[in-house]
Write a protein that binds this ligand. Sequence first.
Ligand SMILES: C[S@@+](CC[C@H](N)C(=O)[O-])C[C@H]1O[C@@H](n2cnc3c(N)ncnc32)[C@H](O)[C@@H]1O
Length: 262
Amino acid sequence: MSDLDPIQRSSQRQFDQQSQRYSQGHILADTADVAALVKRVPPLAGRRALDVAAGAGHTGLFLAAQGWQVTLADISSAMLERATEAASARGLSVFTRQHPAESLPYPDGSFDLVTCRVAAHHFSDVGAFVRESARVLVGGGSLAVIDGTVEDEQPEADSWIHSIEKLRDPSHHRFVNPRSWREHCQAAGLRVEYLALQPFLQPDLNWYFETAGTSAENRQAVLKLIESAPQSARDLFRLQTIDGKITWQWQRMSLLAIKPLA
Ligand SMILES: C[S@@+](CC[C@H](N)C(=O)[O-])C[C@H]1O[C@@H](n2cnc3c(N)ncnc32)[C@H](O)[C@@H]1O
């Protein structure tokens, strides 16, 4: 993978360094959001799933436990090692591949389901990821995406959370708002069947700093931004301090899009 762009390289570096933080005990280990979205996937004869930006494997292993034949793909080799360890600890069999989300090394129509959870905000080109997902799906196949977002028409809150996330984790690129997700799907020939936003708790800013390995200087800068947060961001993200912990509620989007039958 020598031809990565600077945004992809930054993600690879970040997750190669921080992979140990994403295994059991991480908030992503709770896959209730995945279960709820996958219930909406229309049944097909095939059960081949590609989990893009699989991280430590929480989503892909949930699918494997449900009987899907799963390929876990990620840009970071260390994350794929964590996922492989988790698969063997659970007695699950999966394939792993290392590649970026924006360019999928599979023939057209290789999968019945493509999933991607809490990762697209790192991608350098979400449009390319959606196009590639559509290409590798069979007709009737599903793209299921879960990611942080900021609802449409909230530019001030959007810019605030973007500044926070950039400081906290330099590999954060951009949350994509629901309107843009719909546009990317439409441009790729996918029909959006379901799109909903749910609140999702960021439980403790210090835990969150540790997870990303945020520098001391950037932690201070984040705290300043929190002190001076505009009312729109306070309201939208329900920013508060609970038992001395700074918390907020992400806007988490679940999206299901279908590739029409030819
Ligand atoms: C928070 S983790 C993903 C969590 C995982 N999907 C789950 O459900 O537990 C984000 C992952 O995105 C991967 N990633 C970031 N940018 C990427 C890209 N452009 N292509 C592929 N993987 C990428 C990172 O290496 C990291 O493993």
